[in-house]
Design a protein. Structure first.
Length: 144
């Protein structure tokens, strides 16, 4: 049975620093997508598995739009601050320390000794009610 839902009620937007090289940008989005996906309620996910005619199973995906945008690096902090002010938005951010450390313990230590205002963010993913996410990211340029 197919569940009816409003496809445009929620939205995921990845906001990346416009100066990232493609390989780093893909890495940032990948890590942030896993982080946001592991922290959202299962009701936002599509059917899983999806079985093709041959009987092969495929993992389902998010039921809502996922957009990737880019902004000047200095603007990401403002995006994060605005999103933190909205209770409806789940945030996964990517400080530069996530690229410069290896083991998770190193990452935890590096961020643990840093003041938040000194973190350099390379990207962020926002998940929430579409109107709230659009209010923050609606005019951003799509990643190309």
């Amino acid at each position: 049975m197919v569940e009816s839902y409003d496809y445009k009620a929620y939205k995921v937007v990845a906001v990346l620093a416009s100066n990232l090289e493609a390989g780093i940008a893909v890495n940032v989005v990948g890590h942030l997508a896993v982080a946001i996906g592991s922290n959202i309620d299962k009701k936002f996910m599509g059917q899983s598995p999806i079985v093709d005619k041959s009987g092969v199973k495929h993992l389902g995906i998010l039921k809502y739009p996922f957009i990737t945008t880019k902004v000047k690096p200095g603007k990401i902090r403002r995006v994060i601050e605005e999103a933190r002010a909205k209770k409806s938005i789940l945030i996964a951010d990517y400080p530069k320390e996530m690229l410069t450390t290896g083991h998770d313990d190193e990452l935890v230590a590096a961020i643990g000794v840093s003041e938040e205002e000194r973190l350099e963010y390379m990207g962020v993913i926002l998940f929430g009610e579409a109107d709230d996410v659009n209010a923050i990211t609606g005019k951003f340029q799509l990643w190309d």
